[in-house]
Design a protein around this ligand. Structure first.
Ligand code: GLP
Length: 239
């Protein structure tokens, strides 16, 4: 694991932004896995600024998002579809047809997960951006007694509901989501994880120094050959 510790989230956004910009400039048809939540927002801001300044184009880029809530309209401001469009896609030249999400409103969620996994298998993911939950979840792979494989429907944990319900003021927060599985995430050629704030310190400790166990899903990243972890001082305090 390559661990990079910075003073604040803006510096992390710039460092990860620069990594992604050079990756896109080296391979304009790159496939990127994106994450939602507060952690990647400074990176997305940095990418938008670089795009505005003519330093990068996303015309050939394909993206796969990690997860999506179930039974939340795509148009709801809290859907991950809306999140990605509001925070990145609407501000750059990415093609809508190259942007991929799990459909949390699909009638048959098993079929939907198979569709998504087949697309990922066909295209591959060159770089997967990740955040981490306070309980060590990646995507929405919650602590469990076994590691997950491909995409699946998950019941969200109380920890995740507590952490994310602050965003839900109109509709109640969904209790289920669709997420890429752990094996799909691990198949990405490179993984970039971002975590900031003291609330993440135990998850970060478990991820870096703990046993490799599905009780802390992020700990599986110890087995990946190309992981970069970007932390602020608060998230890194137990390392
Ligand atoms: C959410 C998302 C994850 C995200 C994590 C951390 O529940 N499903 O993909 O990485 O929790 O979010 P944040 O960056 O807001 O702390």
């Amino acid at each position: 694991m390559n661990i990079h510790i910075f003073d604040n989230a803006e510096q992390i956004g710039a460092a990860v932004g620069e990594m992604l910009i050079s990756a896109v400039n080296n391979d304009p048809d790159i496939s990127l896995g994106f994450a939602t939540g507060a952690s990647p927002v400074p990176t997305y801001k940095y990418l938008i600024k670089a795009y505005d300044e003519g330093k990068v184009s996303f015309k050939g880029v394909t993206t796969f998002n990690l997860d999506e809530y179930c039974n939340l309209p795509k148009s709801d401001k809290n859907s991950y579809y809306s999140f990605m469009h509001d925070n990145l896609f609407d501000h750059i030249d990415i093609k809508e047809e190259n942007v991929n999400f799990l459909n949390g409103n699909a009638e048959d969620t098993e079929d939907e997960c198979k569709r998504y996994d087949a697309l990922i298998a066909e295209k591959g993911i060159d770089i997967q951006l990740l955040g981490v939950g306070r309980n060590g979840h990646i995507g929405f792979n919650e602590p469990s007694d076994k590691f997950t494989k491909g995409s699946f429907r998950v019941k969200l944990s109380e920890s995740t509901i507590n952490a994310n319900s602050i965003y839900f003021d109109e509709n109640p927060m969904p209790r289920y989501a669709l997420t890429m599985g752990t094996v799909s995430i691990m198949k990405s050629k490179q993984i970039i994880m971002i975590a900031t704030g003291e609330a993440k310190k135990d998850a970060i400790y478990g991820m870096v120094h703990g046993d490799i166990t599905p009780v802390c899903p992020a700990s599986v990243l110890q087995l990946h050959p190309n992981v970069h972890i970007f932390l602020d001082k608060d998230a890194a305090v137990r390392l």
